[in-house]
Design a protein around this ligand. Structure first.
Ligand code: GRF
Length: 192
């Protein structure tokens, strides 16, 4: 079984979509580790419900990003992790992990990149008044949401939609797109 890690800092609904896809046989993989940089985040409870080990750490207790990434790299290697999937991990990945997992770190972002990178992409799209936004899955590089795009799906914003409506529609699309892209990556149907 291919072992993957999911990195999350918040609610973990995308983690749960991945775990559920595995449980119902749509995705052949094992989430062998959830990495969380905000101890107490909701994703911890979700992982617990699936019996998946969680590595929660506080970045502030390390001197530098290189320090905590060295620790993470060691834990990921010990657990036999092949791929890292970021799902709401609110932190740029540094050179230590990028080198250790070259071409095997992927992120999901709630906009049609390169539009609206960075924080609150849903709010940015909403404020800009665009009629179509969406979801992007991309390889991770040293930049903020700048890596090579793997797949995208669109979401239409209708007259009268609130930001919350848009958030719900984006999440529904994310929960289908991410497990599907992970499946293709693990089956090596997508090459970098
Ligand atoms: C998602 O919208 C994802 O695209 C972004 O962060 C959010 C995480 O949501 N990177 P959740 O924690 O998976 O519910």
């Amino acid at each position: 079984m291919r072992k993957i890690a999911v990195f999350a800092s918040g609610s973990g609904s995308n983690f749960e979509a991945i775990a559920a896809a595995i449980e119902n046989g749509q995705l052949e993989a094992e989430v062998a580790l959830v990495v969380c940089d905000r101890p107490g985040a909701k994703v911890e409870k979700r992982a617990e419900r699936y019996g998946i080990p969680v590595l929660s750490f506080n970045p502030k207790s390390y001197e530098s990003k290189a320090d905590f990434e060295t620790f993470l790299l060691q834990q990921l290697n010990e657990a036999g992790i092949e791929w890292i999937f970021l799902a709401g991990y609110m932190r740029l990945i540094g050179p230590t992990l990028l080198q250790g997992f070259e071409g095997r770190i992927v992120n999901i972002h709630p906009s049609l990149l390169p539009a609206f990178p960075g924080k609150d992409a849903i709010g940015q799209a909403f404020e800009a008044g665009v009629k179509i936004t969406g979801v992007t899955v991309h390889f991770v590089d040293e930049g903020m949401d700048t890596g090579q795009i793997i797949d995208q799906d669109s979401v239409r914003i209708y007259e009268g939609d609130t930001k919350e409506d848009l958030g719900r529609k984006i999440q529904a699309v994310e929960h289908l797109l991410y497990p599907a892209v992970i499946r293709s990556l693990l089956q090596e149907k997508i090459k970098r």
